[in-house]
Design a protein around this ligand. Structure first.
Ligand SMILES: C[S@@+](CC[C@H](N)C(=O)[O-])C[C@H]1O[C@@H](n2cnc3c(N)ncnc32)[C@H](O)[C@@H]1O
Length: 127
């Protein structure tokens, strides 16, 4: 894990100067993103939303996920679905039913990665 993270950090640092000029790195802050609807085929969110669910209220999580979905044309993937305490997000049932109301198809699917024990699932959203 440590080697993987250091390698990722090195790649980002070496790519960052040209990436900024080419506008591949854009500063933004959920729950609002500065992108048009369906700007991206695939949207990934890692170690942010449910990870910090002890700090965010339900409305922030729901509006952030709806915003990720708005800018996506095909698929949103959110990992993990657990909080930093390695427990599943406590309001997941309510969250998923709210996504369904917005016409979003959701699946919680296993992934071959386990950042914390038992934390090996992601939330996949499609149209
Ligand atoms: C634990 S890091 C995860 C970084 C990366 N996604 C990963 O998996 O290694 C959480 C990230 O969320 C970013 N962040 C904090 N508030 C945010 C917000 N309102 N909208 C989007 N990102 C935010 C932080 O800057 C930080 O880079």
């Amino acid at each position: 894990m440590r080697e993987y993270r250091i390698q990722a950090l090195r790649q980002v640092i070496s790519d960052y100067p040209i990436g900024i000029i080419e506008r591949r790195y854009i500063k933004a802050e959920l729950p609002m993103l500065p992108f048009d609807d369906k700007s991206f085929d695939l949207v990934l969110s890692g170690h942010f939303l449910f990870t910090y669910s002890h700090k965010f209220d339900f409305l922030f999580l729901l509006s952030s996920i709806l915003e990720l979905f708005r800018v996506c044309s095909r698929e949103v993937r959110i990992y993990p679905v657990h909080g930093s305490n390695a427990q599943p997000y406590e309001h997941m049932v309510e969250l998923l039913s709210s996504l369904k109301v917005h016409g979003i198809v959701y699946h919680i699917i296993p992934v071959p990665f386990e950042f914390q024990r038992g934390s090996n699932q992601m939330l996949r959203l499609t149209r």
